[in-house]
Design a protein around this ligand. Sequence first.
Ligand code: COA
Length: 500
Amino acid sequence: MEALAQARVRRPELAARFMEAQDAARLFRPGMTVGMSGFTKAGDAKALPRALVERARGEPLDLTLITGASLGNDSDGLMANAGVIARRLPFQADASLRRKINTGEVMFIDQHLSETAEQLRSGVLPAIDIAVIEACAIREDGSIVPTMAVGNSASFVQQAKQVIIELNLAAPVALEGLHDIYVPRPRPGREPIPLTHPGQRIGATAIAVDPARIAAIVVTNSPDSPSSVLPPDTETDAIARHVIAFLEGEVSAGRMTPQLLPLQAGIGTIANAVLHGLTQSSFRGLTMYSEVLQDSAIELLDAGQLALASASSITLSAATHERFIANLDKYRDRIVLRPQEVSNHPEIVRRLGIIGLNTALEFDIYGNVNSTHVGGTHMMNGIGGSGDFARNGELAIFVSKSEAKDGAISSVVPMVSHVDHTEHDVDVLVTEWGLADLRGLAPRERAPVIIEHCAHPAYRAQLRDYYERALLRGGQTPHLLEEALAWHERYRRTGTMQVT
Ligand code: COA
């Protein structure tokens, strides 16, 4: 193990910085701001989170923890429960941390994923004291070769007083070359990001660092947590069919070529299933400019339908991960991993004309979307990159099953209980029942289309009744304000949104 690790550290003087995780954990002080690699469970530090949990016994560390996105290995939950984390941003997807957020014990800043690096650079966020970055190798010049995610790692390293590298022997060195590290310069006077094609490489293949700031190298040997997305089901298959028919219509209408525009697909079971559905389509020569690649992206690459994919992380099930690693050479020229600031950058998303496919918890009869807050108050995961793509892309498509919790909740409601994506940003809504194309429609035209095409039949009469009575009050966007959130309140009180 020692020889294997040393072979991956190509700058001999750094051999002196090998350290056990518990010793590296002593570098941390209460209240510090820490930047950790990791994006949707990929490329996260494996040893330091657990060592920090030990370190915090008897002395809460109350760190501000900034990552790319969610961590794997239950790290977020373990750290939250042990008092390692007091503040957390910009995204999480852990049940234990979610509980701490919703009881108010951990302060969670739910942020567009493109913005964190910008706020670090401008000094809005406190500067990073320690960066913990997973790597598969360290080069001769000390630069860090990331693993399955880039996330915010390059920005953390630029700023951190000390850098701890977790050298993961389970991540093949063959990942080297997959990454494209470009960090926008400070303002004023910033140049445009010179990226005009999803597959273009504009930066370095490793993260530059002054080797003097590398405080420790901790050796690990554990794979990323496998993704936990569920396989497609009848409803997600139906959603996929509606999306495909819509995109075919865009091609027939001459608004897109058969290669479409670059696709983005959000995290979770539904978005993955919709993208998987594209394997049943006749589309060829597709491209992706996304933030995360899930199993479905690899399936499309394998099927020859996806020509290339750009993202900030790759999060796969165990079986797909194994196939991906075994065939890395096959994928190498067709995948680029970038900092999330670039993968999600509004400038690039608008320039390339991304088709954004993201998931809603609920949406309302006028097209506002809630992706984050259950019942309007309780955080699920966070907005992630959905806002980066929805606001700036060519098409913002939001998908959802029409009901949740065995029909007790309608995903189509009179008024969303929290707004992540406003009616101004949302182009298309899709459930298993159908698709509502909202482009060019005024609110009074949108409501009937959303109710009739997307709502579950069990809730349509209730929605029609609300809308018809709201129309009597008038307005650009008619509402009965005293009733607008009554559906959520009814669910809280009686366990169902249905009027019984
Ligand atoms: N009210 C309450 N709960 C709801 C709900 C609603 N309107 N709609 C769905 N849910 C619940 C489901 O019942 C399920 O609960 P469970 O885990 O207890 O079974 C859970 O939310 C997840 O829903 P699911 O249908 O399995 O969808 P998913 O795995 O595709 O996740 C989101 C959906 C919205 C939670 C997820 O996509 C997300 O976090 N999105 C925001 C971030 C984002 O879009 N990023 C995109 C760029 S990466």
